[in-house]
Design a protein around this ligand. Structure first.
Ligand SMILES: NC(=O)c1ccc[n+]([C@@H]2O[C@H](COP(=O)([O-])OP(=O)(O)OC[C@H]3O[C@@H](n4cnc5c(N)ncnc54)[C@H](O)[C@@H]3O)[C@@H](O)[C@H]2O)c1
Ligand SMILES: O=c1ccn([C@@H]2O[C@H](COP(=O)(O)OP(=O)(O)O[C@H]3O[C@H](CO)[C@@H](O)[C@H](O)[C@H]3O)[C@@H](O)[C@H]2O)c(=O)[nH]1
Length: 328
């Protein structure tokens, strides 16, 4: 099957591409490199550097490469930035997403796996969060992802699109080849490891007065390779018909506070990681923990890399290998 991966030069996209190639899919990566890296795209994938809003380029790829399904991962995805610049998020996550859907419709491609997020739930009333819980985004990032999820459901009804939205919780860790490298980096685990590696002086704790066990926010970290496996299952489900449910949560199964992540990273790296208390980051819910029972039951997903120390260790090893590759 020929699959287009939008955002496939990014952190999660590059590792999803690795998993698809391993499973025998042919992959075309479509990415404008606003955040991604050309060298993150595996050599067996075709790479097209273009923006989703470039209708000509998009049509050319869908038609010439005879694409049969799309994994749509291209997005802007930072909670804090979305609070400051919602317009950017409506453009990239809603407007560009709809352009993709309309072009798919024009070219007769009607299967899509979408990278959605835990941010669609906002500040949930209970944990772990199930798919049927209220959808009340607390930031423009979550709001724009939810808008696209809903568009998919209406496109399904009217035009026969078959889609699955995967609501990831916090993706973390690395494969042997690819890991997280954003510039600037804002995600907790790579920021913590940058301090361990001596590239930054201190980790800022964004809020220590949350109603949690130690006052810092709790998140559910999922290994990016477990996440990638779920995409292969979702795609297979779309190949054989309509999947049992339109949305699935994907989490690692536990909740860890910011302080617990830092303590674990100190053990894994053997380095001291100094911290500094900073104000809360607007738009951050206190606790996000997934129930991933639905995807386990319906699609047979079985994560194998759930330990936080293992997740951090994979990211740390990747970071160190990259340093050796780059600096000799
Ligand atoms: N990282 C997480 O923890 C997390 C959690 C939930 C959901 N997600 C979602 O997963 C997806 C991937 O996240 P990531 O962390 O790998 O992000 P990333 O920024 O590393 O990757 C996104 C990629 O999309 C590309 N891109 C952005 N806008 C584009 C456009 N208009 N046209 C073409 N390419 C474009 C970027 O260059 C980048 O390579 C996103 O949709 C994100 O919202 C991520
Ligand atoms: O230097 C830092 C960085 C982060 N944090 C905190 O660490 C937690 C995790 O933050 P981060 O790694 O930035 O992830 P989130 O803001 O939870 O968002 C991620 O996880 C969401 C799903 O839960 C996805 O939708 C988003 O795309 C993805 O960026 C939050 O409480 C942050 O306030 C700090 O205290 N200091």
């Amino acid at each position: 099957m020929r699959v287009l991966v939008t955002g496939g030069a990014g952190y999660i996209g590059s590792i999803v591409t690795e998993a698809l190639l391993r499973d025998g899919y042919s992959v075309v990566v479509y990415d404008n490199l606003s955040k991604g890296h050309r060298d993150a795209v595996p050599s067996h994938a075709v790479f097209v550097e273009a923006d989703l809003l470039d209708a000509r380029a998009l049509r050319g790829v869908l038609e010439e490469r005879r694409i049969e399904a799309v994994i749509h991962m291209a997005a802007d995805s930072l909670v804090g930035e979305s609070m400051q610049d919602p317009s950017k998020y409506y453009r990239s996550n809603v407007q560009a997403g709809l352009s993709l859907l309309d072009m798919m419709q024009l070219c007769g491609v009607r299967r899509l796996v979408f990278s959605s997020t835990a941010a669609v739930y906002g500040e949930p009333a209970k944990q772990p969060i199930e798919e049927r819980d209220p959808l009340q985004p607390a930031n423009p990032y979550g709001e724009t992802k939810l808008a696209f999820e809903r568009a998919l459901q209406w496109y399904g009804r009217a035009y026969g699109f078959r889609s699955v939205s995967l609501r990831y919780f916090n993706a973390a860790g690395a494969s042997l080849l690819n890991g997280e490298r954003h510039e600037p980096e804002t995600h907790l685990i790579p920021c913590v490891l940058n301090v361990a590696a001596g590239r930054a002086p201190v980790v800022r704790l964004f809020g220590t007065d949350y109603p949690t066990k130690d006052g810092t926010c709790v998140r559910d970290y999922i290994h990016v390779e477990d996440l990638a496996d779920a995409h292969v299952l979702a795609l297979r489900a779309l190949q054989t018909g309509a999947p049992p449910s339109p949305v699935y949560n994907l989490g690692g199964g536990g909740g860890y506070s910011v302080r617990e992540v830092i303590d674990t990273a100190q053990l894994v790296t053997g380095r001291l990681i100094p911290t500094e208390v900073a104000p809360r980051r607007p738009g951050d819910p206190a606790v996000l923990i997934a129930s991933s029972d639905r995807i386990k039951k319906e699609l047979g997903w079985s994560p194998t890399r759930q330990r936080l120390d293992g997740i951090i260790d994979s990211a740390w090893r990747w970071m160190q290998h990259r340093e050796v590759r780059e600096n000799g």
